[in-house]
Ligand binder design. Structure first.
Ligand code: HEC
Length: 172
């Protein structure tokens, strides 16, 4: 009888132990599963959220930032001319001296390059200050004037010529 009791105790203990091990295993697996789910879920969610944010992007934004100081914008004389000055100086709009018309430019160049640049910067009669683009710097204007003159066949490498006669005859 006593041995029978012992046996049943052992059997019960083994069964109980097995059950505990099984429970521990199951709990471990569940925990692992939750871990996996948790590690995937937020990522998935954020990806979805990004997609939603992308879809509800505003069509346009109003920037209240001040325009970049023009000095930072690198433009060659040709680029400045093509952007701004060509509007009037290509066809001679408003009586602007046409680029390429040496007879119109020579008497103006006789004032000296610096004077031409100053006039272009401050404006002169129908010529608006900086050609109407206040973002341009004096260097931009100077480069554009030099470009316009060189397109006209007037060389500006030398110091500003005091008289028209002093302008070197540039090849046309
Ligand atoms: C809205 C038209 C217009 C634009 C744009 C314009 N100009 Fe002029 N420009 C004129 C007119 C008109 C004159 C002739 C003014 C006069 O002498 O009566 C002139 C004259 C000039 C002169 C000669 C000034 C002088 O002392 O004789 C220079 C140099 C000049 N422009 C440079 C430029 C440059 C550089 C640009 C581009 C940054 C430019 N212009 C853009 C209309 C324009």
């Amino acid at each position: 009888m006593s041995s029978q009791v012992d046996k049943s105790v052992v059997t019960t203990s083994v069964t109980l132990l097995s059950a505990l091990v099984l429970l521990a295993t199951v709990l471990f697996l569940v925990a692992a599963l939750i871990g996996v789910v948790n590690s995937v879920a937020p990522d998935d969610g954020s990806r979805k959220q990004t997609a939603v944010l992308d879809r509800i992007q505003p069509v346009a934004r109003v920037s209240t930032a001040l325009p970049k100081p023009a000095g930072e914008v690198k433009m060659t004389g040709q680029e400045v001319y093509n952007k701004v000055c060509t509007a009037c100086h290509a066809a001679g709009v408003l009586g602007a001296p046409k680029v390429g018309d040496k007879a119109l430019w020579e008497p103006r160049f006789a004032q000296g390059l610096d004077t031409l640049v100053t006039h272009a910067v401050t404006g002169i009669r129908a010529m608006p200050a900086k050609g109407g683009d206040p973002s341009l710097t004096e260097t931009h204007i100077k480069n554009a004037v030099v470009y316009m003159l060189s397109e006209t066949g007037i060389k500006t490498d030398a110091a500003p010529a005091p008289t028209a006669e002093a302008v070197p005859a540039a090849p046309q």
